[in-house]
Design a protein around this ligand. Structure first.
Ligand SMILES: Cc1cc2nc3c(=O)[nH]c(=O)nc-3n(C[C@H](O)[C@H](O)[C@H](O)COP(=O)(O)OP(=O)(O)OC[C@H]3O[C@@H](n4cnc5c(N)ncnc54)[C@H](O)[C@@H]3O)c2cc1C
Length: 435
């Protein structure tokens, strides 16, 4: 085998890169790393751009960092502004490759991409590596996953399961093939700069002022952020502050890096365990593990249920789904008249980030108060969130809509009570001009 294509998907890093290790182990003479940009002009069925400006800027910044990391290893990164299903078979023909290695992603569109590559005659090796725990190491086959999170977590803890140690970044990579035709090479820096756009984030008010200071995309900034979060002892206060609404430090802010794969969850967990060994474990440090298990749970639900999670009824019984375009538009614009929800929606649109507490309140309001289709809300979050993650987004929306596995039905959050509890002085609502 002379050339293997390595297709980076939602795993834009070199540390703890099981798929890249697998590609290197194939023993090919040449390895050609490639990333396919999503269609930045795509629109959703709900009438707005599928990838909003914040997410686009973050993604581009992340790929720029990956490019640098690969150049440092004397490799390269082909950045293709075309869908994988058309670009990769043509590229493989051009460089004489027949094998692609990539991350396994258990979501319908991503599965369809791999199926299209196989239908085009390519051998595609997919490697699962986005979760903390490997699905094959769980106490049950994924088909028998507990339907509720608490027994899922408890049984994992009773079994003493821990993630495998993260892999180091490969010391060297097989060189890229010398025969990549010029029309495939382009100028990656220019390609990316043209796509980055110029988002105008409300940095001064943002809980995650990305592209400012140290908050850049890619693994270098991810690892530095993790390091400083631990060095300042913030895990100890996490459980107490995680429902706050203002500032950078109330929660870990690992998600923008986890979502692009710039940070491996096993790397985060290994360093958290090291922190606990040096400074003692606490409720707060435990709770970060707890939340990362939620992240895993939504991944495994996808392995179990696949495309059924994308139906209007989700996993529930067939039932009518109401929707109202006008009410949905007011929600997106932060103009519903409900001050906490409006403040949240303004923060999301202005910054690309929103706390977990307010994601819950805003999602609940759209579904249970405005009687809109949960899939429309999920699509809006997909467009806006820097940390958009197909598994966590779909799973959380289904959970609040009551159309996932949890038998207790949907979750309604009373926005007035939520405001009294989490923004008693109205500071957050004033910041976003709704109080
Ligand atoms: C409607 C809705 C949509 C969401 N969409 C996304 C999404 O697209 N991408 C995303 O990463 N998270 C999503 N979440 C989960 C959660 O809000 C974010 O992970 C969290 O707010 C990110 O900030 P943080 O890294 O500071 O989290 P922290 O509170 O510091 O938590 C640490 C990590 O645990 C994981 N985590 C925490 N809460 C959850 C949760 N409820 N579900 C899954 N994982 C969790 C994340 O990886 C997070 O980075 C959504 C939640 C809701 C209610």
């Amino acid at each position: 085998m002379s050339t293997v294509l390595f297709w980076f998907r939602n795993d834009l890093r070199l540390h703890d890169q099981s798929a890249l290790h697998a590609a290197c182990q194939l023993g090919a003479q040449h390895l050609l790393p490639v990333v396919c940009l999503p269609d930045m002009q795509a629109t959703t069925a709900w009438g707005f751009a599928r990838i909003g400006p914040h997410r686009r800027a973050w993604m581009v910044n992340t790929i720029q960092n990956l490019l640098k990391g690969l150049l440092d290893k004397r490799s390269q990164l082909l950045i293709l502004n075309q869908p994988a299903a058309t670009a990769l078979p043509a590229l493989a023909r051009a460089v004489g490759a027949s094998t692609i290695v990539c991350e396994d992603i258990a979501a319908p569109e991503e599965q369809a991409e791999v199926a299209a590559l196989r239908a085009a005659g390519l051998q595609v090796h997919t490697v699962w590596h986005s979760s903390l725990l490997h699905p094959q190491h769980l106490p049950w086959p994924v088909q028998r996953l507990p339907a509720v999170f608490t027994p899922f977590r408890q049984q994992i803890e009773q079994a003493g399961l821990q993630p495998a140690a993260p892999l180091p970044a490969p010391a060297t990579l097989p060189p890229a093939p010398p025969n990549v035709p010029n029309d495939w090479l382009g100028d990656p820096t220019q390609t990316l700069a043209a796509l980055a756009g110029s988002p105008t984030a409300a940095y001064a008010r943002s809980a995650f002022p990305y592209l400012q200071g140290e908050l850049h995309g890619g693994e270098a900034a991810a690892l530095a952020h993790l390091q400083q979060y631990l060095a300042r002892g913030l895990p100890h206060s996490y459980k107490r502050t995680r429902n706050d609404l203002l500032g950078l430090d109330y929660s870990s802010k690992w998600s923008p890096w986890l979502a692009t794969g710039a940070l491996s969850p096993r790397q985060a967990m290994a360093q958290l365990r090291q922190f606990e060994a040096e400074h003692g474990a606490s409720d707060g440090s435990y709770w970060l593990w707890f939340e990362l298990l939620w992240r895993d749970y939504f991944r495994f639900l996808h392995l179990q249920h696949g495309p059924a999670l994308y139906r209007a009824r989700g996993l529930g019984p067939a039932q009518a789904t109401s929707h109202n375009d006008q009410r949905f538009a007011t929600w997106r614009a932060g103009q519903t008249g409900q001050p906490l929800v409006d403040a949240a929606m303004r923060e999301l649109a202005a910054t690309g980030y929103l706390s977990n507490r307010l994601r819950q309140v805003a999602a609940s309001y759209l579904i249970h108060d405005l009687a809109c289709d949960w899939r429309a809300g999920a699509a809006w979050f997909e467009a806006q969130l820097l940390d958009y993650d197909v598994y966590s987004n779909q799973g959380n929306w289904l959970y609040i809509a009551g159309r996932g596995t949890d038998p207790r039905g949907g979750r309604r959050f009373d926005p007035i009570k939520q405001a009294a509890t989490y923004d008693p002085g109205g500071t957050y609502q004033r910041l976003w001009g709704t109080a």
